[in-house]
Write a protein that binds this ligand. Structure first.
Ligand SMILES: [Zn+2]
Length: 293
């Protein structure tokens, strides 16, 4: 069945404009429409990049453009148009979101797509920052556990009983460093969230000194280089990126709860002041707005 027929049959809206009802629902941040828009955008992008690479390969092997290649190029350009359209739709959708309007929009390095990725995460509201960090895979260490019934699970906190069956833990090992997938073990982080954190880190690196988190990254890199002179540069870099992203997540956590007016049970100082020189998200927005190149 053709798409147009499907739309008719199920009486779907085809006006294109997405309209967000501002419902502060909410147990989680999850915005389903945003997730669908971002997924669609990324699928198109992936296909276009893949097709583009293939054309490049063909082009490298031939001297003259041929007709088939020409046809493909036209199609690819159309795909780009569609991507742009979806990106616009995402922005229109985000405009009504107060976390975007008051916080994310002002943060350099976090554009509409990353914002949409963040707002589409089923992060639980009212939960502690440490739970959010675990969800993003941003923990300094983790535990490898096996229970009496053989469940193998990675945990972000030390546990006494199995998350699945409640059975006793018979093997427990603390592992230092950023969590890694271990064959046969369930993970505690969400792969989509972790990818989002990774993409954000890449943006913060690119920023240079232009954005607040770009400067946080650079300063952290200097600090860690001085503190760990024998560590390999790529590990220093990974550490610095992680700390910039983690600080961003702390501000994001604070902004979301402030803006939606949802209390977090742990005291402010305990949650946020674990970060060196923590300033509030409002202050970060002020700095981003004031910064001139
Ligand atoms: Zn178990």
């Amino acid at each position: 069945m053709k798409l147009g027929e499907l739309v008719k049959k199920y009486n779907l809206e085809t006006t294109g404009q997405t309209q967000l009802e501002l419902k502060v629902v909410k147990e989680t941040l999850f915005d389903e429409k945003l997730r669908i828009l971002v997924d669609t955008y990324e699928t198109f992008q992936k296909e276009r990049v893949r097709a583009g690479n293939r054309i490049l390969m063909i082009a490298k092997g031939r001297d003259n453009a041929d007709e088939i290649r020409g046809e493909f190029l036209t199609l690819l350009c159309e795909m780009e148009d569609i991507e742009r359209k979806i990106a616009k739709d995402i922005e229109a959708h985000l405009k009504n979101n107060p976390v975007y309007a008051d916080f994310l929009k002002h943060i350099k390095g976090v554009g509409p797509l990353l914002s949409a990725r963040l707002m589409a995460l089923p992060l639980r509201l009212g939960e502690h920052l440490s739970s959010w960090n675990a969800y993003f895979g941003l923990t300094p260490y983790y535990w490898k556990a096996v229970c009496e019934n053989g469940h193998k699970i990675l945990y972000s906190k030390e546990v006494g009983t199995c998350r699945v069956c409640g059975g006793a833990i018979v093997k427990l090992e603390k592992v230092e460093g950023a969590p890694r997938r271990v064959a046969g073990y369930q993970t505690f982080w969400n792969p989509y969230a972790r990818k989002t954190a990774f993409l954000m880190g890449k943006q913060f690196i690119k920023l240079g000194t232009r954005g607040y988190y770009g400067r946080v990254y650079r300063n952290a890199k200097q600090r860690y280089s001085a503190k760990y002179p024998n560590e390999k540069p790529f590990l220093i870099d990974a550490r610095a990126v992680r700390s910039a992203v983690k600080l961003f997540i702390a501000h994001f956590h604070q902004a979301v709860h402030d803006i939606y007016g949802i209390p977090v049970s742990k005291p402010y100082a305990f949650e946020y002041l674990a970060h060196e020189d923590f300033i509030s998200w409002r202050e970060v927005v002020r700095i981003e707005k004031a910064y001139m190149e």
